[in-house]
Design a protein around this ligand. Sequence first.
Ligand SMILES: *Cc1c(COP(=O)(O)O)cnc(C)c1O
Length: 360
Amino acid sequence: MSRVYNFSAGPAVLPEDVLKTAGEEILDWHGSGMSVMEMSHRGKEFIGIAAEAEADLRELLKIPDNYKVLFLQGGATGQFAAVPMNLLRGKTSADYVHTGQWAKKAIAEAKKYCAVNVAASSEDESFTYAPPMDTWQLSKDAAYVHYTANETIGGVEYHWVPETGGVPLACDMSSDFLSRPVDVSKFGVIYAGAQKNVAPAGLTIVIVREDLMGDPIPCTPTLFCYKTQAENDSMYNTPPCWTIYVAGLVFKRLKKLGGLAEMEKVNIRKSQALYDLIDASALYRSPVRKSDRSRMNIPFTLARDGLDEQFLKEAKENGLIQLKGHRSVGGMRASLYNAMPEAAVKALCDFMRDFEKRNG
Ligand SMILES: *Cc1c(COP(=O)(O)O)cnc(C)c1O
């Protein structure tokens, strides 16, 4: 068996030790004689697995007691609808910050439920930066303010938390969730699809302040009703059991590494190695403003035309795969999620230096 270094933006690389544990336990979880995939979600085994995953996540993020943790389905895309449905609470408008493809989709979905005020946008520079706080034009009557912590396609990440003067802050944290410590108390709701930085696809994690979740708009599907899901420990219907289990293994691994502050240090080291190479190079270029560069998703272009295919082909021959940029941006993109080993980043950097020497 040989494993490649997989730089996919999602579904993405998972920690090898987690995959091994999941493999070892696949036929018989802890002497139960069953796979987690075969268990009733109402049985004591699975209820224990889910409770432990939640407790570990709470510990990692230091989630305050007045926040609920929900393990849902429907992806971040489902939350694009669930956020307005739950957070409007009688109001008719919300503020959104437009920073690229994912913000755009969140805005389009929210418009089905309320008036959207685009409080700030980086469209003027092709979505290559995070609009500074002093440019945000927040409206007085907004039910909440929504932003995208990390634009997975554009590679733009906020390295600060917006200040909204008491208006609940809603954040799509899909692609940098658990990559660094976060002060949860500054948020009304945080949501993240698991398949970028946490687990296989199928799980959406929602962290929501209790006082915001009691008054969903009447047509809210029960599945997306935060309050109902909270009252039922996210088991109003069958939850994504297997994915919750793997997420739990990933939480344990993060705890063992020393928590999110330690994880952040590694993520800074990994991304800095690649950005340093790009900035020192005449062949590679990052389109993103330095202060807002993502540690998770790093797009870059090649200065010489016609080299992209050759770059990807040779990278693949070196066991470095999924480096093609999103079709909307072009060029390359390397996703360096938590599970990406430092050795993979070194292998990528070595390959890129060598490729430039031969083609620069
Ligand atoms: C991947 C992604 C989404 C969409 O997630 P789904 O689980 O496919 O719905 C939304 N926002 C961001 C920032 C993403 O990276």
